[in-house]
Design a protein around this ligand. Sequence first.
Ligand SMILES: Cc1cc2nc3c(=O)[nH]c(=O)nc-3n(C[C@H](O)[C@H](O)[C@H](O)COP(=O)(O)OP(=O)(O)OC[C@H]3O[C@@H](n4cnc5c(N)ncnc54)[C@H](O)[C@@H]3O)c2cc1C
Length: 493
Amino acid sequence: MNLEDFELIYKNDRVEIKDKKKVKAKLIDILGEENVSDDEIDIFAYSRDTTLINTNWTLQGVLVSKPDFITWPETREQITGILKLANDEKIPVTPFAEGSGVVGGALAIHGGIILDMKKFNKILEINDTDLSVTVETGVNGMNLERYLNAKGYTGGHVPQSLYTSSVGGWIAHKAAGQFSTKYGKIEDIVMGMEVILPNGDIIEFKPIARASTGPQLDKFFIGNEGTLGIITKATLKIWPYPEKRGLISYAFPTIEDSLEATRHILRQQIYPAVMRIYDADETERHFGHIKEAKGKVMVVFVCEGVEKLVDLEVLITRETCEKFKGVDCGEEPVEHWFETRFKVTDTSSTPTFKLVFDTIEIGFLWDKAADMYHSVVEATKNVKGIVLITAHVSHFYPNGVGFYFTFAGVPPKGKGDFEFYQEVWNTIIKAVEDAGGSFGHHHGVGINRSKWMPVEWGKSFETIKAIKKLLDPNNILNPGKIYEDPWEKGGDN
Ligand SMILES: Cc1cc2nc3c(=O)[nH]c(=O)nc-3n(C[C@H](O)[C@H](O)[C@H](O)COP(=O)(O)OP(=O)(O)OC[C@H]3O[C@@H](n4cnc5c(N)ncnc54)[C@H](O)[C@@H]3O)c2cc1C
């Protein structure tokens, strides 16, 4: 199958480059021949990220994005050069890191230039006194963590996509790792950054522990999804590699009991690095072999750090679980979690079985958490064609939680995969927004959630749109994301 055999279903606002030869020659001037491609094989490779509906589309011979050029800059000056050219010629530029994003953030839906950050992969400096590491942001997550571990540290940020994601992607999508309850989410970990603005200017937020020097503009670039600037360098917090790990698991009669137990652990200012609640269906799926957990809600914990503190954390975590009707299931479920925590083959192969499948992570405050869980499950079950809706809770705060829903279904007769996919997404997001939750916890907005941005942001959405306009008047940087609903005009016009 050749690239032209694929049907391009997303044509809204696609920028047609009049003189492609001229643009290619200019890109080669800036980057050198080896760092520019318009080969079919590269265009195809960069026409998708890991958004699951992409796999359904690929199997159906359909594309939503078809970039014109792929570039691999090696220096900041080259990035500046690409952005200046893009402004002159009004060509879209989409930053791309490892393409593990699951909401379509890195898809060049308006065409144009892909700016791949993989050659920005140097680990520049560890500062042991300050407990920080400075990196170029294209560095792969697992390469960084392995490097830190070998030197006696951990970065504390371990998303399930650790092997296939980069520091820049984490910052751009405001990611959260599996050990986040102790170490924080990426916005808690970033100490400083270098950013290249859409006009090519390079700005720097120097690494600090904290400052009171006006609004925190640096935070504004965390979660920008490649629409406000390209993050080229970052200084991140690191921690001494934990002396001890305590593995704990308890099964609870209901989701309510498990939520109460975990909430009370946090109220005592105990922060196990890992806390994960699996609803009864997910408990059956992941821990079906654990006798004590049959028909129950499994919770796994990992306490880690200095031995004496870990011992105390384990003691308080155990006491609290038992107070809320938890049944001790031992270390085995946690060991099983460690062994399988990066495995996604079951879920990523669902499109080959003609299933429409995805995950949606959302944020609730504690007082609404249990009710919200039930209303999302009920609302989703009512979508015709749904065969599975389950959840786990993987991110915890003293004030709230991040739920992670998984759905699968077969579109009913007369409905296409994407129509069904959007119906489920919209149903879940509506249930969350109606109850005052947040429709995205850590995967970002991309093309899946933009439609709901005005609802989530209210009047402040106008402010963020005005800032985008100010920084990027030609709308060259990752157009079609965050500030507009790319599907408003339908997919194919
Ligand atoms: C199996 C699997 C498990 C996952 N688990 C988790 C998880 O546990 N936690 C979690 O938070 N996410 C998870 N994700 C989602 C994904 O890995 C994250 O969103 C990740 O942060 C994306 O990083 P990336 O390097 O692949 O970025 P990409 O997908 O390449 O890009 C993501 C977005 O960032 C922009 N971008 C990339 N680099 C830069 C840069 N340097 N400057 C500016 N913009 C940039 C792109 O334009 C795009 O909008 C998972 C995904 C998969 C497939």
